[in-house]
Design a protein around this ligand. Sequence first.
Ligand code: URA
Length: 434
Amino acid sequence: MRMYDIIMKKRNGGELTGEEIRFFIEGYTAGKIPDYQVSALMMAIYFQKMTEQETAELTMAMAESGDMLDLSAIAGCKVDKHSTGGVGDKTSLALTPMVAACGIPVAKMSGRGLGHTGGTIDKLESFEGFSTSLSREQFINNVNEIGIAIMGQTADLAPADKKLYALRDVTATVDNMSLIASSIMSKKLAAGADAIVLDVKTGSGAFMKAETDSLALAEEMVKIGKNAGRKTIAVISDMDQPLGRTVGNALEVKEAIETLQGKGPKDFVELCLTLGTQMLLAGGRAKEEAQAREMLEQRIADGSALKKLAQFVEAQGGDAAAVYDTELLPKAAIVESIPALSEGYVQQIACDEIGICSLILGGGRETKESEIDLSVGLVLEKKVGDYVKAGEPLAYIHANDRGKLEAAKARFYEAYTLGAEEPAKRPLIFEILQ
Ligand code: URA
C-alpha cells in the first residue's frame, strides 16, 4: 500500500477502506509517513468529506493508535466532557471542579488551542508549574485521591490525534465534521470514561457554524460513543458570540475562578450548570435535573468547587495560590480600551474573528513550534443585545506588543456590528441529544 495512492483516491472523491485508513494512521503515528503527505490527505478529506463508515473507522484507528486506558481502578461512574471548540470557552476549568466536588470522578484528556479557538491545556498552564504530562499511575491516583485529573495526549494515548491535531491547527483543515468527530471521540474512547458529555458548539465562533451541521456532528459523535459501549450525550450550545466576557488564556482562567466564587457571567454559569447537570445524571449522582442543578449551585455557594480547583492545580504541580489571588496569573504589559465609534445596539459579533484577535496578540500558534503568550487577550464590555454610546468601551485589549495590539484592534472593529435595531435573542442551549 502507498500513501500516494490513498491521497489520490480521496482527492478524486473515493471512499477509503478500513485497511487504508489504518495504514495511514499507523504509518503517521510511527513517523513513517511525513507531515506533507498527511497535510495533503487532510486537505483532500476537507474537500471530499468522509462517509459515516470512514469516520467510524478513522475514530477507532486513532483511538487504538496507542493504549486504551483502563479506569477500573477508579470506583464509580467516570464521566468525561469535551467541547467541539469555541471562543472564550473556559468551561472545563470551572465545570470539572464543580462536578468533582459533587462526587463524580473526573478523568479527562484535553487538548491545546486549535484554529481560532483556545485549548484547556494552554489555559491551565497559566498556573505556574502546572503540568498535564502525567503518568498513567499519577492520573489514576489523582482521580482516586482528589476526584479530578486532566492530562494531555501522551505518546501512549491517542497519539495519532496528538499529531493530527497539531497538523490541522496550522494547515486550515480543522473545520471538517469527520475530522472533528474522530479527533474528539478517539480521545474520549482511549481515555476510558464510562459516560461522555459533549458540548457541541454552533454559530460563527464554532467550527460547524450552521445549526444543521452542528446537529449532524452531534448525532455522529453520539452514534460513535454508543457503538463503543459508552453512554454519550450531546448538548448543542450557542457559539455565535464569545462565551462569558474573556478571551485569552490567563484572562479566561481568572473568569473561571470568579465563576467558582459565585461571580461568573450569566451565559457561562448557565452553560456550566446545564453540562454539569447532564454529567451528574449520567454518573448517577442525581436522579432529576432540578436536584443536579441544586447540587452544583451549592458547591459554588459553599466554596467546595473552588477548593477542588485549588487541590487539582496543586496536585498537577501548579501554583494553587493563584486560585485565591488571581494577581499571580500572567499579566500583559498594556491594557487599552477599544471605544465604540458610533452609538447603537451590538447586533452581531463575528465570533471567530474575536478568536483570531487573540491569536494575533500572541494567544495562539502560527506554526506547530510557536510559543504562546498566556497573558494576552480581550475582556468584552459589550455583547450582543447591549446598547453602547459612542466612545464607551466595547472591550479592553491586553497586549505585550504595540504592533500586534493595533492589528488586533483593527480586526476587532470589523467583527462588531452596531445598529439602531435591537437584535433577536438566540438561545444558549439549542438541543440535548442522547
Ligand atoms: N476538539 C478536538 O479535540 N478536536 C477537534 O478536531 C475539534 C475540537
